[in-house]
Write a protein that binds this ligand. Structure first.
Ligand code: ADP
Ligand code: NA
Length: 328
């Protein structure tokens, strides 16, 4: 169906981890074959909402490009591009900013959480970035947005802004809907009540897809489990072991039942080694592809330039129409 357009974005900062891969990127790869028009953006402008080192940020844009390509994002099937190379996003963002009231943004959970972490009053970019997110989506008249649970509130804002615009200027934007792919929530290896996250200060909690086999084995060995040595799946009362089972199932493509059945008679200490090995095996080809791609910066630059040109071709007529509708 050519009227369906999928859009999603990822910030370039931080190396992809098991949670990002199983919870987002793996389904991004599948969506490329399900929809004709798929756009994936490395949203570098969003990264500026928190302090960044310029040299590191520039490098991380290339690293994320390499990682996405290695994971199976295919520039022949989807448009992979760098957000800041398509200036239409910021133009639309301004127009949408002029249509949203301050309390609407101040009431978003993520703003409240992030503003609370900051030493001083919050930065404006951190407050208004959900509007930029709406502009990212609407610049392409996108219809389908794969999102995690943490982004549901921001999706509602996108829908409200699209509807608000349509009400004022006549029907123009499709109201995008979320694609709730079977999101696999990966928990921290050190605290199964928290999600695995890039920003976890406990270096053993998060498995990066570029970790060496030794690092992966060590992280799983130090994973928090409990005093029962049997392998069972019961996220309510055995969060640690159940997280290992869920990861094992996800990386092997087996069901949870199959994994548990196959682990009868194995104690959790031995099981950690089995899960570590399955993760190493899953990520070995991706890891070596990342290393190969990172050596060819010209190629990565070309991918982003080509993708951004394609994205701009789609976004340009949209912003022209929007300008006409608002009277500028
Ligand atoms: P992080 O919290 O590690 O900084 P991001 O917020 O950048 O990760 O998330 C990027 C994508 O990965 C989002 O779609 C998000 O829903 C998904 N994601 C992040 N952490 C996890 C996790 N632990 N399990 C499943 N999906 C996750
Ligand atoms: Na496609």
């Amino acid at each position: 169906d050519s009227t369906k357009r999928v859009f999603s974005g990822i910030q370039p900062t931080g190396i992809l981890h098991l949670g990002n891969y199983l919870g987002a990127i793996e389904s991004w790869v599948k969506l490329q074959d399900k929809y004709n028009m798929v756009l994936y953006s490395i949203v570098d402008l969003h990264s500026l909402t928190v302090p960044q080192d310029p040299t590191a940020l520039r490098q991380s844009i290339f690293d994320m490009t390499a990682a996405l390509l290695a994971c199976g994002i295919n520039p022949e099937k989807s448009i992979l591009f760098q957000q800041s190379q398509v200036s239409e996003h910021t133009q639309l963002s301004w127009i949408l900013t002029c249509m949203v009231r301050l309390p609407r943004l101040q009431h978003l959970h993520q703003w409240k959480a992030k503003a609370a972490q900051q030493k001083h009053d919050g930065m404006m970019g951190l407050l208004t970035y959900p509007v930029l997110q709406a502009a990212d989506v609407l610049s392409y008249k996108s219809t389908h947005i794969p999102v995690g649970e943490d982004q549901v509130q921001h999706m509602e804002l996108v829908q409200d802004l699209a509807q608000g615009f349509n009400k004022k200027y006549g029907h123009f934007f499709p109201v995008p809907q979320s694609i709730l792919t079977p999101m696999k929530k990966v928990k921290s290896l050190r605290d199964p009540s928290a999600k695995m996250s890039k920003s976890d200060p406990d270096k053993l909690a998060t498995v990066r897809i570029t970790d060496s086999p030794e690092e992966i084995v060590n992280k799983f060995r130090k994973a928090v489990t409990d005093f029962t040595s049997e392998v069972t799946y019961d996220p309510g009362s055995r969060g640690g072991v159940s997280n290992l089972v869920a990861i094992h199932a996800a990386v092997t493509g087996l069901s949870v039942e199959e994994v548990v059945h196959g682990s009868v008679g194995i104690d959790t200490a031995h099981y950690k080694q089995i899960v570590a090995d399955a993760v190493i095996e899953k990520f070995a080809p991706i890891k070596s592809e990342i290393e190969k791609l990172k050596m060819d910066k010209d190629y990565l630059e070309k991918i982003l330039r080509t993708g951004s040109a394609k994205a701009k071709e789609l976004a340009y007529p949209v912003i022209q129409e929007v300008k006409k509708l608002v009277g500028i």
